[in-house]
Design a protein. Sequence first.
Length: 307
Amino acid sequence: MQITRRRILGSGMAVAVGAAVRTANAAVVPAETRAGPGGKIGPSLKLSCCAYSLRNYLPRGDKKGTIRMHDFIELGAAWGLDGVELTSYYFDSEEKAYLHSLKAKAFRFGLDVSGTAVGNVFALPPGEKRNEQIGLVKRWIDHSVELGAPCVRVFAGGRSATADERRQAFQWVVDCLRICCDYAGTRGVFLALETHGHLTETAEDVLQIVDAVNHEWCGINLDIGNLRKEPYKGVALAAPRTITTHVKVSVHTADGTGTEPADYARIVRILREANYRGYLSLEYEGKEDQMVDVPKQLALIRKAMEA
């Protein structure tokens, strides 16, 4: 499939490009933040999409792909997004010239780079493998600076068979996050720990880690579809420490035994009640053609945001 600007902007999938360029700062603000004498800043949500959502079309490793990251940025503009999350897996290069070309592309199309995302593993004992993972995250912190991205999504990673192993892995993750957050702070980039399986299955789990790290440059990437039980309660619990999100088309049922369609309106309402001021980033894992269903789901999320 050959993607061109004319084809993207002329396709039936495209919607009008948003006119306003908004900031990529996804930090949470206190409930009493004031805009001046007698004024308050209310919760302002912005819409983004993860490059991972088009993983079937993007190159990775030996898979060539049918579009490139530059095309994904154009699609984001065609779909009326405020920003795009540029997942590290699909980059053609890590050279500065390439990173700058993506930054320029996003700026010209009126988009923020809402964040980057790396597939790291922090649940490792001290040693060469852990140092490699720390180095990976630091490298993408540097890349985020070049891209103008305010935050990097990170994982805890790993697997534990016993309670003792889980406690040990917890401390390893905390140690690695502290090291990386110290470096991130010197570059002005946030690290957002995702609710993503091992050690971060629930909002309570990820909050334990973030609280233990206790760093001003550390927050939560609230992946709502990964919350194993009572997802909407998890959203409410994690929202005050959330700095960016991944919205899925489905969530786990309250008892954790199955899945059901995500209630976008309910998600928006909970985040607004917590005064979250940041991005709702679609991370599409549905079974439909990504090029067709992603813009449909983005339109539904936008509708919920505008209600």
